[in-house]
Design a binder for this molecule. Structure first.
Ligand SMILES: [Zn+2]
Length: 337
């Protein structure tokens, strides 16, 4: 029996409940930690899948971070993270391959971290309207871009979290006209790193030194895998990983993002610039104009069928990265000079 049910809308209270259920069912390999609180005081939870401890090896294992739900309305990304946790733990405990990946081998070699709901207040607004927010008095005056609250993309301060990270481009990062003040999407905040959800992810990364990071969004079935400010640092490694992904999966490889005024201050851009390691943004599901989302009951068909093993793909890459590049301190120092 699987715990995570993605046949229709996956509500926040059910998500938190499932996190508890998963951790007790798979207590030998799965654990969770609250890494911060949202504007409205909700827990921002990280889950860690960790296999056999390697007693002989004092060095910590390679690790990979997966993030979902930075943008409130993109709840397919939340469903994907939760369902991957459920499936990977199950296949690990049964010793079975998943989509030709040796789950046991991968999870014993690499620690997988997930922050499935990076913006819980935003998700609550998408599901229940701004009236359901404890910040309602503030939110009711804000502009909602799109037809209604289901288009909400920001956190409960009306800040687009994926434009709020201090990657060195915050001053020049532009807002689309009309989004220079708090609203439902595209407002970068009054200063960099201003939001508690932003800081929760930053602190978590600083504590853990992930080998690479993957952030799931919607829509477009494509990947944003490099930006001009950091691409040179990785000596082709980011592109090599992307080309491999391209061969196995449907996600179209886009061009390197060129203009920091337009790409700056996303979590993936921050991760590359500050952690000096590759980060990949995966846009799930077929492209829809204007930020409209597919119906929740289409998740299995539009997303899961295509993306279900991407977590294992990137976990394998995390191990290779540590061996190839970051295992060699001198080589790494030369790359990031
Ligand atoms: Zn997004």
């Amino acid at each position: 029996m699987f715990i995570v049910d993605t046949s229709d809308t996956y509500y926040l209270d059910k998500i938190y409940e499932d996190m508890d259920k998963l951790c007790s069912k798979y207590s030998d390999i799965l654990s969770m930690k609250v890494i911060g609180k949202s504007v409205e005081g909700r827990d921002i939870v990280a889950l860690k899948i960790s296999g056999e401890k390697d007693e002989k090896n004092y060095k910590s294992k390679p690790s990979v971070l997966f993030t979902g739900g930075i943008h409130a309305r993109e709840d397919f990304s939340v469903m994907l993270c939760m369902k991957m946790i459920d499936y990977y733990c199950r296949y690990y405990s049964e010793g079975k391959d998943f989509e030709s990946y040796d789950v046991k081998k991968i999870i014993d070699a690499v620690d997988l971290f997930f922050v499935p709901v990076a913006n819980p207040d935003g998700l609550n607004i998408v599901h229940h309207g701004i009236e359901a927010s404890s910040n309602y008095e503030k939110l009711k005056t804000m502009q909602i871009w799109g037809e209604d609250h289901t288009y909400w993309k920001a956190n409960a301060n009306g800040v687009d979290l994926n434009k709020n990270f201090d990657d060195g481009n915050w001053e020049i990062r532009t807002c689309v006209p009309g989004t220079e003040i708090p609203c439902s999407d595209r407002f970068k905040g009054f200063k960099a790193n201003s939001e508690p959800e932003t800081m929760a992810l930053i602190n978590f990364c600083n504590e853990n030194h992930f080998s690479l990071m993957v952030t799931y969004h919607c829509s477009g079935n494509c990947t944003f895998w490099a930006d001009s400010g950091t691409h040179g640092m990785f000596n082709g490694l980011d592109e090599k990983i992307m080309d491999e992904l391209n061969k196995k999966y449907i996600y179209r490889k886009t061009k390197v993002s060129i203009d920091p005024k337009i790409y700056g201050c996303g979590f993936e851009n921050w991760f590359r610039a500050r952690m000096k390691r590759p980060a990949f943004c995966i846009e799930l599901s077929p492209f829809v104009e204007g930020g409209k989302q597919h119906p929740d009951n289409m998740f299995d068909k539009l997303v899961w069928e295509h993306a279900k093993s991407t977590g294992l793909f990137f976990a394998e890459k995390a191990a290779e990265i540590d061996d190839e590049i970051f295992g060699d301190a001198e080589k790494y120092a030369a790359l990031t000079k």
